[in-house]
Design a binder for this molecule. Structure first.
Ligand SMILES: NC(=O)c1ccc[n+]([C@@H]2O[C@H](COP(=O)([O-])OP(=O)(O)OC[C@H]3O[C@@H](n4cnc5c(N)ncnc54)[C@H](O)[C@@H]3O)[C@@H](O)[C@H]2O)c1
Length: 285
């Protein structure tokens, strides 16, 4: 089976890792060819963590083997060869519309599509194609190869067969799915984005430092990570775009992004991926 993935960022490279680790061939496409180098580094780093955490037998955690099953391209047309296509580009509806139109034209009409969107309704994304019954939402968690659960979203027209086939695909990747109905932000991000945004308002209002806010969630509630560390891991641009999707779709001001978040994104402080967000990170060379 060949999996086609469009977008080789945090999520696309993580999904490519899981599919290739499960023995599938992967075509990974991104408009920015520099993302291939970043993806390979991320695969090697996460393989190390999988070995350390004994998540898989060591012989399945060889980065070179995994990378050898992934062919990278900046040509979207190469995805015509895939049996299942996963869209994992930036959280911008207009850009997703353009690439989904193109994929619909390029890929055979029986090929199923999934989107990894964080918040855009799946029914809306499916409407950019002529195969709404073959379209499903797959909200992977980050870092994808370390997270066992995926939020699977049924669009208005998603067929039962598409859901079954997609579950099988996830199972082969060692993942379980929780199926939810379509709604902006689904379950996870309707709750998480509000929490993260409110934590950013607390920083802006100088109620507490990012470190102290996160310490409360970790020490008092037993969370593994605080909301601001989580925001840095997701990417502050993705958080901002997701909140914009929620506020646009619900028209409810409770989702309006905190001005500090927009300012940080404008300043290039995107979190882990840029080396700085609410905390600082060493970008590995
Ligand atoms: N970051 C997370 O924690 C997370 C978790 C779950 C879902 N998501 C969702 O997954 C999707 C991808 O997020 P990400 O964090 O991997 O983003 P990212 O910024 O790390 O990567 C996005 C990639 O898309 C590529 N891209 C953009 N426009 C393109 C185009 N027209 N053609 C080809 N490639 C294009 C970019 O070059 C980049 O490599 C988004 O919809 C996001 O909301 C993100």
């Amino acid at each position: 089976m060949t999996i086609g993935i469009l977008g080789a960022g945090i999520v696309g490279s993580g999904v490519a890792h899981c599919a290739a680790q499960a023995g599938m061939q992967v075509i990974l496409s991104d408009a920015d060819s520099r993302q291939w180098e970043r993806a390979q580094k991320s695969i090697a780093e996460i393989c190390g963590l999988q070995k350390m955490l004994k998540m898989r037998p060591a012989d399945q955690c060889q980065a070179e083997d995994i990378i050898s099953r992934i062919s990278f391209t900046d040509d979207i047309e190469k995805l015509a060869e895939a049996d299942f296509v996963i869209e994992a580009i930036s959280e911008l509806e207009d850009v997703k519309r353009e690439v989904l139109n193109a994929l619909d034209r390029i890929c055979p009409p029986t090929v199923r599509f999934a989107s990894t969107t964080s918040a855009i309704p799946i029914t809306r994304l499916a409407s950019f194609t002529t195969r709404a019954n073959l379209f499903v939402g797959l909200h992977f968690m980050n870092p994808v190869p370390l997270k066992p659960m995926v939020e699977m979203i049924r669009g208005y027209h998603t067929s039962e067969e598409t859901l079954e086939q997609t579950k099988e695909l996830l199972k082969a990747m060692g993942k379980k799915a929780v199926l939810v109905n379509d709604s902006p932000g689904f379950v996870s991000n309707r709750v998480l984005m509000l929490t993260v945004n409110e934590a950013i308002w607390l920083v802006q209002d100088r109620v507490a430092s990012p470190r102290d806010i996160d310490a409360i969630f970790k020490g008092c509630f037993g969370h593994k990570m605080g909301p601001l560390e989580t925001a840095d891991m997701i990417g502050l641009d993705t958080i901002l775009q997701s909140l914009q999707v929620l506020v646009n779709h619900f028209g409810d001001p409770k989702y309006r992004p905190c001005p500090l978040l927009a300012q940080m994104v404008d300043a290039g402080l995107l979190g882990r991926k840029s080396g700085e967000g609410f905390f600082k990170y060493n970008l590995r060379k």
